[in-house]
Design a protein around this ligand. Structure first.
Ligand code: EPZ
Length: 423
């Protein structure tokens, strides 16, 4: 296992390219199962999660090639049983359920295991697929979906107690593309990654309208064909580097971003006193650390609200921002694993019932800390950039799940970081 040593105090300058979106790539890779024809998907980030998805699709029988971010997938003959030993390693594997069911009339996928950021049920996924005509059974820790008479259109409301479901919307939308008739998804997730998937599916010959809004209408078709597609930029990686630039930068520029997707993150960073300037095309931004800073009140919400995937990173920024900040995660109320580690570095944070109250301190101090999940780990890296001393962040594999070459990108910006093998 690797660890990252971050020597605090370096000033970040210069520019980097933001990678393609992990959370758009995963369902789009799964969607290639819907056709026997080859699909070419560009700007797929080289991270563990996309590698797991590619391994799952290969294990299902697809022919997969990958080079320099481009993935070519041909699913001529595929099995309907997703391999447990791969599925258990990544919750997002659940998004092969919809395509397998639509293509094969059957899907066997392991129930997702536990997750440190909170309970991750799939009841909404199953509600939607059942409404399309699937029979749902459970056996030996697997979900077994069958639709021997094929799938039929339906009106489905996918709202859960914590709001819409991103991958649940993806699963139902993918299955509905080959159903007989029209499907209407109410309370759909409106994340940019859902819209990117819909654009991919429409390019394959699907008939989807309304993706990116709360109401999606899918008219089933007989078959889908191969397609070429470039994945949207990763808005969470961009947000993470925006926070790094606000913490420790002097005019850091991020290229290959999408201004539209970053509105809530930009507003939060500017509200706490920093400046973000986009170019006219909106595909590049420069962040300037502010002089007069203030705490922020943040409540995570489904897109276009403030993303839960940027909650930990903003907490790290606010830990050394003068004033009091209140951060509430309405989507994953338990997603505060990073706070205990930040407190070991001297942060003043109280967590209670899904809310963190942060009192900004002048500076954090280095301490050996442990990554726990993808975004919590990113928060620790951010905190270490301006901490006094050298911080060792162990279990770096959590970060490698979702950030492409994070140490290389930080080094390009002038950070003093080293990736070393843990003894
Ligand atoms: C996606 O997960 C993202 N992952 C997550 O990003 C992100 O945190 C999450 O959406 C919320 O934005 C990918 O896109 C691969 P949900 P997903 O279904 O789709 C509850 C990262 O860091 N729920 O939108 O699995 C659920 O418990 C990852 O990149 C049900 O109750 O999340 C949560 O409270 C972490 N029943 C809320 O809905 C269900 O059937 C939103 O979850 C499904 C979800």
């Amino acid at each position: 296992m690797d660890k990252l040593i971050v020597h605090g105090g370096a000033t970040l300058r210069g520019s980097i390219n933001i990678s393609g979106s992990k959370n758009a790539s995963l369902p789009i890779l799964a969607a290639s199962l819907l056709t026997a024809e080859p699909c070419i998907i560009r700007r797929v980030p080289d991270v563990s999660d996309t590698n797991y998805m590619i391994q799952i699709i290969s294990a299902l029988g697809a022919d997969v090639e990958r080079s320099s971010g481009t993935v070519r997938i041909a699913c001529e003959e595929i099995s309907d049983v997703a391999p447990y030993e791969l599925v258990r390693r990544m919750r997002a594997s659940i998004c092969v359920m919809g395509p397998l069911l639509a293509r094969k009339g059957r899907a066997v996928v392991s129930l997702p295991g536990g997750c440190v950021i909170g309970d991750r049920p799939v009841d909404l996924h199953l509600r939607g697929l059942e409404a399309l005509g699937a029979k749902v059974e459970f056996e030996g820790g697997n979900i077994i979906l069958t639709a021997t008479d094929g799938l039929h259109g339906a009106e489905i409301d996918l709202r859960g107690t914590h709001g819409p479901t991103v991958l649940g919307t993806d699963n139902v939308m993918m299955a509905a593309t080959l159903a007989d008739g029209v499907t209407i998804i109410e309370s759909a997730a409106a994340e940019p990654e859902v819209l990117d998937l819909a654009n991919f599916l429409n390019a394959m010959g699907a008939k989807i309208q309304g993706a990116g809004t709360r109401r999606i209408v899918i008219e089933g078709v007989k078959a889908l064909h191969g397609v070429e597609h470039t994945v949207i930029p990763d808005r969470i990686e961009a947000g993470t580097f925006m926070a790094a630039a606000a913490l420790a930068g002097e005019g850091v520029t991020l290229r290959r971003v999408c201004r539209e997707h970053l509105k809530a993150i930009t507003a939060a960073i500017e509200h706490s006193g920093h400046r973000v300037e986009f170019n006219a095309a909106g595909d590049s931004c420069t962040i300037f650390r502010g002089e007069i800073l203030q705490g922020a009140d943040l409540v995570t919400a489904p897109y276009p609200g403030y993303p839960t995937d940027m909650q930990a990173q903003m907490t790290a920024l606010l830990a050394t921002t003068a004033g009091i900040s209140v951060i509430k995660d309405t989507i994953f109320p338990q997603r505060f694993m990073h706070c205990a580690e930040l407190k070991r570095m001297g942060a003043d944070i109280k967590v209670d019932h899904g809310t963190a109250v942060v009192r900004g301190v002048a500076q954090l101090s280095a301490a050996p800390v442990m990554a726990s999940d993808l975004r919590a780990s990113a928060a620790l890296v951010l905190a270490a950039l301006t901490a006094k001393g050298s911080t060792e962040i162990s279990r770096l594999y959590h970060i490698d799940r979702g950030y492409e070459h994070i140490d290389e990108k930080l080094l390009m910006l002038g950070a003093d970081v080293q990736r070393v093998k843990e003894r």
